[in-house]
Ligand binder design. Structure first.
Ligand SMILES: NC(=O)c1ccc[n+]([C@@H]2O[C@H](COP(=O)([O-])OP(=O)(O)OC[C@H]3O[C@@H](n4cnc5c(N)ncnc54)[C@H](O)[C@@H]3O)[C@@H](O)[C@H]2O)c1
Length: 326
């Protein structure tokens, strides 16, 4: 059997860095691409020797020819596609958002199509933004998507539909995963990065205000990374979309966990009243039924691991706190 070679797009991003690390830890060959050549998030969780084992190519996902060439030149067999722009950028510049998030995803599927069956599966990042803001606090299942309230969410659902057509027309199997609030070392942009920033602020002894309250579905980044890797590796035919679920808790409970690790942070972290316009819980029965249990790190453990890593980085004099000033 040919050796598996994984392409990770958006590999210098938050989730991408963790996926690259875990693939390398498992001895899997990784080709990493990103528009940004800056490996700063990889450096937060990997040493220079490990980073040296990554085959990196700077690539804009909107350049379909280059994406195709990279796939062919490296004999890619599996794709984990994460490259994309976040909610604020898509809101400010929908044309650019569509180019990167929708056409970029088409480019990935076209490259898979042109591989003539060598690419076994595409796992790509969709999002809980496909649900819009449903009424009530019941857990949402895959079929509840709709009513998107952002271009970002609309683009993600468009990708899910295009993935389905790529299976119907060309037999390309895929899994679109929908996380909600992912946290952990390397999370430094967007509103839902605030809980991770609060952990960092507590480590450096600074006050911090989390800009949303209520409850949300918190997923530890290591578990999120494992879900993507399993979805890419699973021998499941068809075009699937799967919710990811971590732990649905009040944002104030995250603060309690931070204070458990850092008692001096007591009363220095405040939380807004209003929740984010998203469901507060995603039902993940479908992914478990399709590919089995996904590792689950408790909120307490995930917060502790994140704080421990931030402390190490601080002791080494390389804890970047510029994101706290956003
Ligand atoms: N972090 C979360 O809580 C969360 C929740 C739901 C969905 N997602 C989705 O998961 C994926 C990864 O999220 P993340 O938090 O790691 O985001 P991130 O912003 O940290 O990483 C995205 C990466 O994509 C790269 N990128 C942007 N435009 C590009 C382009 N034109 N060509 C190539 N690379 C480009 C960026 O340089 C960045 O490294 C995204 O698609 C995101 O929409 C994330």
């Amino acid at each position: 059997m040919d050796q598996a070679v994984y392409l990770v797009t958006g590999a210098h991003g938050f989730i991408g860095s963790w996926i690259v690390k875990r693939l390398l830890d498992a001895g899997i060959k990784v080709v990493a691409i990103d528009k940004s050549a800056d490996p700063r998030r990889l450096r937060l969780i990997m040493n220079d020797d490990e980073i040296g084992r990554i085959f990196f190519r700077e690539c804009d996902i909107t350049d379909g020819e280059q994406v195709g060439r990279i796939l062919e030149d490296n004999g890619i067999t599996h794709i984990i596609h994460l490259a994309g722009l976040q909610v604020p950028t898509c809101r400010a510049n929908p044309r650019l958002g569509a180019m990167v998030n929708v056409i970029g995803t088409i480019n990935v599927f076209e490259a898979a199509r042109n591989s003539a069956g060598r690419v076994k599966r595409v796992a790509y990042a969709s999002s809980a933004a496909v649900f819009g803001a449903p009424e009530g606090d019941q857990a949402v299942t895959e079929g509840d998507a709709g009513g998107m309230n952002t271009h970002y969410g609309a683009f993600k659902q468009c990708n899910e539909n295009n993935a389905r057509v790529y299976f119907l027309d060309h037999g390309i199997s895929s899994a679109g995963l929908r996380p909600l609030t992912v946290y952990g070392v390397g999370r430094d942009t967007g509103m839902t990065s605030d809980p991770t920033k609060a952990m960092k602020a507590a480590v450096v002894g600074r006050p911090f205000h989390i800009r949303f309250g209520g409850s949300t579905d918190f997923l530890y980044v290591a578990d999120c990374a494992d879900a993507f890797i399993r979805a890419a590796a699973a021998d499941v035919s068809g075009a699937h979309v799967f919710n990811l679920h971590g732990e649905t808790v009040a944002v104030t409970e995250v603060v309690t966990e931070i204070e458990r690790s850092i008692p001096e942070a007591g009363n220095t972290i405040t939380v807004a009243e209003t929740g984010i316009a998203m469901p507060s819980e995603l039902d993940d029965a479908a992914i478990i039924a399709a590919i089995g249990e996904i590792p689950h790190t408790s909120l307490a453990q995930g917060v502790k691991e994140t704080i421990d890593r931030f402390r190490i980085l601080q002791a080494e004099g390389r804890l970047d706190t510029s994101d706290l000033d956003e």
